[in-house]
Ligand binder design. Structure first.
Ligand SMILES: *Cc1c(COP(=O)(O)O)cnc(C)c1O
Length: 344
């Protein structure tokens, strides 16, 4: 009989279990995670964008997280977390709620370390992401209209069945794993001036704060869509209350609830936090495809949108932003390109 865990009190509006330690990882934890990540995943290239460098009169580099096997940075965190999985969870396995990339990450890591995985997704989840999760051997369950419905269902199943519930942000090991991208950047360009990154749950930004932010003089700037500004509001207003607005087309950053652990790191260390428009994200996706031939998710275009607004300040500077994921559905990409064509 598996020991069932009951949720415990959480500092934010999400559910956590007793095994969710909300102590932020240290930069050292990220060096440790690096040893795991480098055994299981390729190092991702940091590539100068000739197009954007010319456009912004700066040295713009793209951290190509899209070339990871799941097509998004999150798998760094999944592999790190599951490599340290407590034995008691090996049989029941793992469960997570996801709009796609977190699910692919946990599914990939479960396959790597031989633990069964269940991923709960909202009914209208991006079909190409759902197929990818199934291809990795995980069981997919559809539940509810939006992410938070799927999340509550996953939490209930975790309590009833004894699965290890992998939270999308309140997990030090996820943040440490994701942070390994920052260590690679620091090694490749120690004289970086700016790092821009999308903020959804904030694990990626927290990872960059604890690496690029802690080890270089660079400013780390988080970016969110003004159509889904939960983390931005919480960060600037000093609370952890959910936000009623959550309308972005970029599902990688579609969060309604701010998360305690990532917020802790971001309040401490994030230099600036910006909001950009949905239209700027659409334009960014089209530019990345037409100029760099990179199919990027809407979330990845947040950085580009913020860079575009700060052109004057960035002239002559060394700027890095991650292509955080490439799992945009072909249909969504087609619609975006058509709309953008009529706009121009
Ligand atoms: C999850 C995700 C983000 C946001 O990352 P967080 O760590 O949740 O802030 C950005 N881009 C893509 C492609 C993602 O999948």
């Amino acid at each position: 009989m598996t020991p069932a865990y009951e949720p415990v009190e959480s500092p934010d509006a999400t559910t956590v279990f007793p095994y969710h330690d909300l102590t932020p990882p240290t930069t050292n934890d990220i060096y440790y995670a690096r040893q795991i990540v480098s055994q299981h995943l390729p190092r991702t290239p940091l590539v100068r964008s000739e197009f954007f460098s010319a456009e912004f009169d700066a040295d713009i580099y793209l951290k190509r997280e899209d070339i990871l096997p799941t097509g998004a940075f999150k798998v760094r965190g999944g592999v790190t977390l599951v490599s340290q999985l407590n034995e008691e969870f090996r049989d029941p396995g793992l469960i997570a709620a996801s709009t796609g990339n977190h699910g692919q990450s946990v599914a990939y890591a479960g396959r790597t370390f031989d633990a069964p995985v269940t991923i709960v997704v909202p009914e209208d989840a991006n079909p190409s992401k759902v197929m990818a999760i199934e291809r990795l051997g995980a069981e997919v369950q559809f539940h509810g209209d939006v992410f938070d419905d799927a999340r509550e269902h996953a939490e209930k199943l975790a309590a009833n069945e004894g699965y290890r519930y992998v939270h999308s942000a309140n997990e030090p090991a996820l943040i440490a794993g994701v942070g390994t991208a920052g260590l690679e950047i620091v090694e490749d360009i120690p004289d970086i001036d700016y790092l821009f990154c999308p903020v959804g749950g904030g694990s990626s930004a927290a990872g960059y704060c604890l690496t690029v932010g802690a080890l270089t003089d660079a400013a780390v700037i988080g970016v969110q869509s003004e159509a889904a500004p939960a983390m931005h509001s919480a960060w600037s207003e000093g609370h952890l209350a959910p936000h009623e607005r959550m309308e972005t087309f970029a599902e990688g950053i579609a969060t309604r609830v701010p998360f305690a652990l990532t917020m802790d790191v971001l309040r401490d260390r994030l230099d600036e936090f910006e909001l950009v428009s949905e239209q700027a994200l659409e334009r960014g996706v089209c530019d990345l495809l037409s100029e760099e031939r990179i199919p990027a998710e809407g979330a990845s275009a947040t950085s580009l949108a913020a860079i575009r607004r700060r052109q004057d300040e960035l002239q002559g500077q060394t700027v890095v932003f991650p292509i955080s994921g490439r799992n945009i559905s072909p249909d969504a990409l087609k619609v975006l390109l058509e709309e953008e064509n009529t706009r121009r």
